[in-house]
Ligand binder design. Structure first.
Ligand SMILES: [Cu+2]
Length: 115
């Protein structure tokens, strides 16, 4: 994978942060009954093309309603239909794309940075 120059990376980071703001707003149509939200910790993302790759892979999964991959926070927020897909499967998709994925209930017991 080709890593992008730092300047371009910064620009894409700002865009990424802007796009992630709507997820902070109150529940929208994306979050209805039957839909769940999971925040998956991802390790191994080096640049914006990494996060884009993961976003693309997750968006292909049937039952995925919305994906936000946050490169600076090393995590993906996924809203999915629990009748169609499980969070474990979502983590598996990220692993198959070549990254480490940790589900909330798999998190290490040791305190994480920033927590
Ligand atoms: Cu990369």
């Amino acid at each position: 994978m080709q890593h992008l120059p730092t300047v371009l990376l910064r620009v894409l980071l700002v865009i990424g942060l802007t796009l992630s703001v709507p997820s902070l707003l109150p529940a929208s149509g994306a979050e209805q009954s039957g839909n769940r939200r999971v925040v998956i910790t991802i390790k191994g993302m080096m640049c914006a093309s990494c996060s884009h790759e993961i976003e693309k892979s997750l968006n292909k999964v049937a039952g995925v309603v919305m994906v936000t991959v946050d490169l600076s926070q090393d995590r993906a927020t996924v809203i999915y239909d629990e009748r169609k897909v499980t969070s474990r499967h979502l983590a598996e998709v990220i692993r198959k794309a070549g990254y480490e994925a940790i589900l909330p209930n798999e998190a290490p017991t040791a305190p994480l940075l920033g927590r």
